[in-house]
Design a protein around this ligand. Structure first.
Ligand SMILES: Cc1cc2nc3c(=O)[nH]c(=O)nc-3n(C[C@H](O)[C@H](O)[C@H](O)COP(=O)(O)OP(=O)(O)OC[C@H]3O[C@@H](n4cnc5c(N)ncnc54)[C@H](O)[C@@H]3O)c2cc1C
Length: 535
């Protein structure tokens, strides 16, 4: 390991501080996805001494591989789950207000064809309720001609029209990072590439975890009043040290990313898949078009990165072929793919995956609190439930109920950033909060330019390398930015300029860079591209 690497040295300093410092923690959170990040934030705001450890990169798990929607979930209301829908909608509305530029309202058109169920009337009833629960009134109906005009090239055979409603779109990995940033500002500590190996138990109760530094080596025993297992699809593993029950059903969902110019959509299109009538989405995201998702049991090793199968690829391409036959979209148009594993709470393994409930669950076993399931959207509520479950171990500490917002209001506004593009300025503030200002001010003109058809710029890469615990090239291209998913061939055209940035900010020499490129290419080809390439 290159000890000249400043980022690595920062980690070492942090690791050393944990090793040498006061060993008595109030809370250790295992898992650096949206749920772990949300819990760290709640804990830190209550003044708890809290540490989060993530075995890979922050958001490496499901939280960077979702459908990118902070949404109420129309299908939950259709399944009669009013409680989950209401909670999701109120969180959605709160986040739209608190983090504009990161969570943006988006229009959704659900196409209706002759003989399709539900039809216009039932949809209108559902959408009236959906809007009412959110306290808005955005839904309406568009006739065939209007839909045809809005989505040029759409197959209009049998089309009657579309019901329109709004939800949102986000960058899920950046949402995790923004929540972590907020948690760290409140005094929390978070380390990526640190694994919780096992629980420490004394007198029949959990009193800490053994952790290891996956990158630098070294192991530590951390004593803590409470331990929270927020490991998503891995939740059973840590819990099974105490309780053999298997409750998480890993369900895989995959997406395809297509260049916007090949499949231009101005809003999200929701339709029932021609084969199995499951709802699927085609939506604009970060200058590209995304198609998803699938829903099937994930039988592969959960420690390996998930990837799309040939069957899923064909299933998703079939949607576009049926819907936009004139576009002639095929596998050669796919820029990238991604797959995530839903940590769904299992009710009955024989049940159709799409019919499993998407609610979360919290279990307490000998003082270990395990939280799994749920959604990106409801992370704050899930975190509150986890904190409540840990309260018996924390006494008065956890009951302090801060009333502030998820994201403190930034001190800067879009008008205060030195760019004429106010929408872009808001985007940066949504993603980086107050750090958007130094990010832009410290950047050269060349690095402030948007890359290709994306909204990302090299200044964000430099900022992330300097400030956001980047350990590997894939952290930078797949999670701090999404350039690896949005640019041809995983963004390899940027390698020369990224090599310079990584040398300057991370101290990577030529050998380290070559190693990182080889690692990144392997990950990208095996898990973020087409399935045949895996060979
Ligand atoms: C295809 C798909 C689409 C989705 N779309 C949406 C959507 O549009 N909107 C929405 O609201 N929700 C959506 N979801 C659901 C949402 O993404 C998940 O519920 C959420 O991301 C789960 O977050 P998490 O923190 O529980 O898990 P994760 O994000 O998986 O985080 C758990 C982390 O724990 C780490 N970990 C595991 N074991 C250890 C250990 N021993 N030590 C340290 N770290 C460990 C893992 O590396 C992982 O990073 C979707 C899910 C999928 C799969």
């Amino acid at each position: 390991m290159n000890t000249e690497n400043p980022s690595f040295n920062r980690r070492q300093t942090l690791w050393q501080a944990i090793q040498d410092g006061d060993k008595n923690w109030d809370m250790v959170i295992v898992g650096g996805g949206i749920i772990g990040a949300g819990i760290l934030r709640e804990a830190a705001r209550r003044g708890l001494k809290a540490l989060l450890v993530e075995q890979r990169d922050f958001a490496w798990g499901t939280s960077s591989r979702s459908s990118k929607m902070v949404h109420g979930g129309l299908r939950y209301i259709a399944q009669g789950d009013i409680r989950l829908t209401r909670h999701s909608l109120s969180e959605r509305e709160r986040l739209i207000v608190e983090a504009p530029g990161l969570i943006e309202r988006m229009g959704y058109y659900f196409t209706l064809r002759k003989g399709q169920f539900p039809g216009r009337f039932l949809f209108s009833v559902l959408l009236s309720l959906y809007d009412a629960l959110a306290g808005i009134r955005n839904h309406r109906y568009f006739n065939k001609a209007a839909v045809e005009k809005h989505f040029p090239g759409l197959n209009c055979q049998g089309l009657k029209g579309a019901v329109y409603y709004t939800d949102t779109v986000t960058d899920d990995a950046r949402l995790v990072l923004r929540v972590l940033q907020s948690a760290i500002e409140a005094g929390g500590l978070a380390m990526n590439y640190v694994r919780a190996d096992s629980l420490i138990r004394e007198g029949g109760s959990v009193c800490g975890v053994r952790i290891s530094d996956v990158e630098g080596g070294g192991q530590l025993e951390i004593r803590s009043k409470s331990v929270i297992n927020a490991t998503g699809a891995w939740a059973d593993r840590l819990r099974n040290e105490i309780n053999p029950e298997v409750r998480v059903r890993p369900l895989r969902g995959s997406h395809l990313v297509i260049p916007m110019h090949r499949l231009p959509v101005a809003d999200a299109l929701t339709l029932l898949h021609p084969v199995d009538k499951r709802p699927v989405f085609i939506f604009p995201w970060e200058g590209s078009t995304v198609i998803g998702t699938t829903d099937l049991d994930h039988k592969e090793d959960i420690d390996a990165e998930p990837g799309i199968s040939v069957e899923e690829l064909n299933y998703l391409l079939a949607v576009v072929e049926a819907l936009f036959p004139e576009h002639g979209i095929g596998r050669d148009d796919v820029i990238s793919s991604y797959s995530g594993v839903r940590p769904v709470i299992c009710s009955d393994k024989s049940r159709d995956p799409s019919k499993e409930r998407r609610d979360h669950a919290v279990w307490s076993d000998e003082g270990l609190v395990t939280v799994a399931g749920g959604k990106l959207t409801t992370f704050r509520l899930i975190a509150l439930d986890a904190i409540a479950a840990a309260t018996p171990n924390l006494g008065n500490l956890a009951s302090r109920e801060p009333t502030d917002t998820v994201f403190p209001e930034p001190r800067i506004s879009a008008g205060g950033l030195n760019t004429a593009d106010k929408k872009w300025a808001q985007r940066l503030i949504g993603r980086y909060g107050d750090c958007a200002k130094p990010l832009l001010y410290e950047a050269s003109d060349a690095e402030r330019r948007k890359i290709g058809s994306t909204e990302f710029c090299l200044a964000e890469c430099r900022w992330a390398a300097r400030n956001e615990s980047v350990i590997h090239l894939d952290d930078l291209l797949l999670r701090r930015t999404r350039l690896g998913s949005l640019l041809e061939r995983g963004g390899e055209a940027l390698f020369p300029v990224l090599e310079e940035i990584c040398e300057e900010e991370l101290g990577w020499d030529g050998t380290r860079w070559q190693g990182e490129v080889a690692r990144y290419r392997d990950i990208w080809h095996s898990h973020y591209y087409l399935p045949d390439d895996r060979a």
